[in-house]
Design a binder for this molecule. Structure first.
Ligand SMILES: [Zn+2]
Length: 278
């Protein structure tokens, strides 16, 4: 039974990631494929970039060009969990995110759609980002242990918010990345602790929406802002460094492929499959 866990970590610069001890992400990479040279959308800000990672299309299609989300076209270009619900409604989908726009919108059409089976909106601004990410992981771990999800998305916002707060990519930011790695470890452990794990074929993907400059800012077209990491792990993942040109829009297409969902050309997705063994 193929299953997918996507762990999205906000604002992680790959060259800094390489300098921070991250044993859990390293272990995933050792059992899969990794590149520190993937590319995100422009502008390199969260709204457009998460929209690209979740929908599999660039901003010219999904319509999100800033964090106001004006112009979004999620009805035509839904997130991949909503896409799963449209074509395989018998599959069970789960999403948790503590950056509120991903889960809530005044018009009822947030980035992660309302037909996802289990949705856990949290607010990192209210709870504080360490607390919010910790709760997000607890909710996902609890769900992995008590339900039978086929596809999950878990968002971790603390690294990005920490860098903005300190206007730096220094110690506090690095500690936040290390904490996110601990959270990755808890999620992987919960997957492996499932009673039915032996009969399941989990693909764990992780990526980030953008990098940042040394002062924490981002949005522009520099390599520091647009270079992202991309990780695919599990028995069905390919092995070693990914040498193909890899883009943020490839992630959801790869997740759908692992679940056996064929991309309809009418969906007009921009991504391709990256990191699967077959
Ligand atoms: Zn971001």
């Amino acid at each position: 039974m193929p299953k997918v866990l996507v762990i999205g970590i906000d604002g992680v610069r790959p060259d800094v990631l390489a300098e921070v001890p991250t044993p859990n992400l390293d272990a995933l990479a050792a059992e899969g494929a990794f590149t520190a040279r993937a590319r995100t959308s422009l502008p390199s800000v969260s709204g457009p970039a998460w929209s690209s990672m979740l929908t599999g299309v660039w901003p010219d299609k999904h319509g999100v060009t800033d964090n106001d989300f004006t112009g979004k076209r999620y009805e035509e270009f839904p997130d991949f969990l909503t896409r799963i619900e449209m074509v395989r409604p018998e599959l069970h989908t789960f999403a948790v995110a503590d950056w509120p726009p991903l889960m809530n919108a005044d018009d009822g059409r947030p980035t992660l759609g309302v037909t996802i089976d289990e949705r856990r909106p949290l607010d990192g601004f209210e709870l504080g980002w360490v607390e919010a990410d910790t709760r997000s992981v607890e909710l996902a771990v609890e769900h992995l242990g008590s339900a039978d999800p086929d596809a999950l998305f878990v968002y971790l916002g603390n690294p990005d918010e920490t860098s903005h707060h300190f206007r730096s990519i220094g110690e506090e930011y690095r500690a936040a990345i290390a904490l996110a790695d601990e959270h990755v470890g808890l999620l992987v452990a919960a997957v492996r602790a499932r009673a039915t794990y032996a009969e399941e074929d989990w693909l764990i993907l992780s990526s980030t929406d953008h990098g940042r400059l040394a002062n924490g800012n981002h949005g522009g077209d520099t390599p520091e802002e647009r270079t992202i990491y991309y990780l695919v792990s599990g028995p069905s993942a390919s092995r070693g460094e990914i040498t193909d040109s890899t883009y943020i829009v490839d992630l959801p297409v790869t997740a759908l492929a692992h679940l056996g969902i064929e991309v309809d050309p009418a969906w007009r997705l921009d991504g391709k499959v990256v990191g699967l063994a077959r």
